[in-house]
Design a protein around this ligand. Structure first.
Ligand SMILES: [Zn+2]
Length: 274
């Protein structure tokens, strides 16, 4: 099932299978989405959900990460593990501030069973814009939130996005290979988690607040000061289930089958299918 470079290149400009990349003009120079697509999509991973095909939406784009590569690794990996088909909106360029057209439609979330946020727009702070997103989730659209989604809208004064995420984080520590320690073992998202797992090179996000409806599933420890920070969690935001992880900086993280399995389980769980 691994799609090699030509397919990946095609994915940057057109469509690949069920994945549609709606690239904005600013994304034309995404870094050559690196080597081959991950071994993350194992040949025949366990199916977490079979049945009527779900519709997923991945919202991605913005600063600091190889979102073209990550989008393919994520959608292929999750689609291999459950009956779901993703649309991908990769929009907003590669800067830290954007307001994308997707949310202009008040019904933007309606077609989707689950929305994955893997974007990075720290300097966007327009409360009306942010609430177009959070209100749709609060009304019941489940979500998965990854890495820089936690620093997106960081400069906003309102807390709506942070309450939606389930954690507040405004900076991160250095890149390293961080051991991930489970605190909850019996949650279905953690059912396939290995006894020990250390991330590929990734960033430790400093979490300054865990919101009341959030349950941490695993933490990592700061190499600077020994503080524990949740790195996997679940949250209830209004009517919506949310699964989050602060990891996902590097392409290597998206090549790691443990990480992709977590994303797939988190997606299935948020959608009420696990
Ligand atoms: Zn990062």
């Amino acid at each position: 099932m691994n799609r090699k470079l030509p397919a990946l290149a095609a994915a940057l400009t057109a469509s690949i299978g069920s994945v549609v990349l709606l690239a904005s003009p600013g994304t034309a120079e995404e870094p050559a989405a690196a080597a081959a697509v991950a071994p993350a999509a194992a040949e025949s991973p366990e199916k977490l959900y079979t049945g009527e095909k779900l519709r997923g939406l991945l919202v991605t784009g913005g600063c600091c990460h190889n979102y073209a590569f990550q989008a393919v690794a994520l959608t292929e990996g999750v689609e291999a593990r459950m009956d779901i088909e993703f649309d991908v909106v990769n929009d907003g360029g590669r800067g830290t501030r954007a307001e994308i057209d997707l949310y202009d439609d008040p019904e933007w979330a309606k077609p989707y069973d689950v929305v994955v946020h893997n974007e990075c727009f720290a300097d966007t702070n327009n409360p009306d814009y942010i609430r177009k997103i959070t209100e749709a989730h609060k009304a019941g659209t489940p979500a998965v939130v990854i890495h820089c989604a936690m620093h997106t809208y960081r400069s906003a004064e309102i807390d709506d996005w942070r309450e939606f995420l389930g954690v507040t984080s405004k900076h991160h520590e250095h890149q390293s290979e961080y051991p991930v320690v489970p605190v909850v073992r019996d949650h279905p998202i953690m059912a396939a988690f290995p006894d020990e797992w250390t991330t590929p090179k990734d960033e430790l996000y400093v979490v300054t607040k865990t919101w009341p409806n959030t349950t941490p599933l695993a933490y990592s420890v700061s190499e600077r000061n020994g503080k524990k920070h949740p790195v996997l969690w679940v949250n209830q935001f209004g009517e919506a289930r949310v699964f989050g992880t602060t990891y996902g900086h590097s392409d290597d993280t998206f090549r790691d089958p443990v990480f992709i399995e977590l994303l797939a389980r988190g997606t299935a769980w948020a959608a009420g299918k696990l």
